[in-house]
Design a protein around this ligand. Structure first.
Ligand code: SF4
Ligand code: SF4
Length: 447
């Protein structure tokens, strides 16, 4: 795709697709306002425009750079310029994919459309200041037991001048209600800018008197995460959580939202192990007048619906299509139906990508992999090889890039370096399975 020619930034998406999108969503000059008006603070200090930019394109790092330096950073100016030219190359590949797949319901860029862009003011800040959480969800690769945060009292003071201009402040974790600095920030925002909407994304497994008090503030809103309505599956996905506790708190939060004439959003992670529950989750949201949002799950790769064999994806799409109701009795139901359609469109797009990948992939046998690893590992590491190949079929598909990487990699040194970095054996096995493309075949559940 052409990006820069003679210093001119060009759109990274075809004009027809851009035109179609703009036809459906007129009125916004910028497809995404995040680079121009938002900051997202990550637990490791990385500061980006939105959550999808993590690891892909950053403005810089806190506290090495002050908040003001990050706002004035050349990286932020550059990303603003690229987005102004409909170019999604600077960290925005997921939004580009969703626009191309016409999955507008799952398009993160749209969630920034109501921001007022004026005088380069920051209108929205997303806080993900700590990974500490009471749960241990299977799709979550954060260090949830770590209570430390590099954001302290200085961070709150640096932030105070920005608060009066904010339209929105989003709080993520970890579990936001378990993170002490958030309670200070909520008090400051309510005091300095009561009109600012505070949106807290909770797993719904925490409740206390302070939360109940905060809920009385008209601008204090809650969004919840839910991936299963089945006790057993819920426990399997949201380890240490309880569906019963979630439901009790859901009643309380949803009633508080309704009193404020607000619609609760439920975020769900469509994965290999819960794809059959998607229609039930949409139904639950319809019944309780909540909006559903499907997270774009790419990681970990052994749970996503993206990198799986096309045959399996076809079964999923067929089943979900058979359960999808196009019509909706209310605006929210219609919106949820569109979110469902958007997810189906994304799955169709991933199916087309999977078919292309398969047409270019080559076969590798279990015996070959075994031999490659045995030649590189010491005999004392034999158990690693056995663990990696435990459920492997006799042969499977692998792309040529991974194949050549495997041929050249020094497994012995690689293993030592991972062990030196305290990476757990379980994660080393998962990394190796990912390299061998075995994770494409994991956790595939038909029922
Ligand atoms: S285009 Fe998407 S990925 Fe890029 S900043 Fe906007 S919301 Fe984030
Ligand atoms: S609730 Fe959120 S932060 Fe906590 S473990 Fe689950 S996904 Fe991770």
């Amino acid at each position: 795709m052409s990006i820069l020619r003679k210093n001119k930034i060009r759109s990274s998406i075809s004009p027809e697709i851009i035109q179609k999108y703009r036809g459906l969503y007129p009125g916004n000059e910028l497809i995404c306002k995040a680079p121009a008006s938002s900051l997202y603070f990550h637990p490791d200090g990385e500061v980006v425009a939105c959550c999808l930019n993590k690891g892909a394109y950053a403005f810089g790092k806190y506290p090495a750079q002050s908040i003001q330096d990050l706002i004035n950073s050349p990286q932020r100016k550059e990303q603003k310029k690229y987005i102004a030219h409909d170019n999604f190359s600077l960290g925005c590949k997921i939004c580009e994919d969703n626009i191309v797949a016409e999955n507008y319901g799952g398009l993160m860029a749209r969630t920034y459309s109501s921001l007022k862009i004026k005088f380069d003011k920051i209108r929205r800040i997303d806080f993900e200041l700590s990974e500490f959480c009471n749960l241990d969800c299977i799709m979550c690769e954060r260090d949830k037991s770590d209570k430390k945060s590099l954001y302290g009292i200085n961070f709150v003071s640096e932030l105070l001048p920005l608060i009066p201009n904010l339209q929105y402040a989003f709080f993520f974790g970890g579990e936001p209600f378990m993170i002490p600095i958030y309670y200070d920030l909520w008090d400051s925002i309510i005091r300095l800018n009561p009109a600012c909407k505070i949106i807290v994304q909770t797993n719904g497994n925490v409740m206390n008197a302070r939360i109940e008090r905060l809920l009385l503030h008209p601008g204090f809103l809650v969004a919840m995460s839910l991936d299963s309505l089945n006790d057993e599956k819920y426990d399997q996905i949201r380890k240490n959580g309880s569906l019963r506790t979630f439901m009790e708190n859901f009643e309380l939060f949803n009633n508080a939202m309704k009193k404020k004439s607000q619609t609760m959003q439920i975020s769900a992670c469509p994965m290999r192990i819960n794809w059959k529950e998607i229609p039930a989750l949409v139904e639950f949201c319809n019944k309780n007048a909540c909006r559903i949002f499907f997270n774009h799950v790419e990681f970990p790769d052994y749970l996503n619906l993206k990198n799986i064999p096309s045959g399996f994806l076809k079964i999923i799409i067929q089943y979900l299509k058979s359960q999808h109701r196009m019509e909706g009795k209310t605006d929210i139901e219609a919106e949820n139906s569109r979110a469902f359609s958007g997810l189906l469109q994304l799955l169709e797009y991933w199916l087309s990508q999977s078919l292309v990948w398969e047409s270019q992939a080559v076969k590798i046998t279990k015996h070959e992999v075994y031999e490659i690893m045995r030649n590189s590992f010491e005999s004392s590491n034999e158990h690693f090889i056995n663990e990696i190949l435990k459920d492997a079929p006799g042969e499977w598909l692998i792309d040529e890039r991974s194949q050549s990487k495997i041929k050249n990699i020094d497994f012995k040194n690689e293993l030592q370096s991972l062990l030196n970095h305290n990476i757990t054996i379980e994660n080393i096995v998962l990394k190796a399975r990912s390299l061998f493309k075995l994770n494409r075949l994991s956790n595939i559940i038909y029922e």
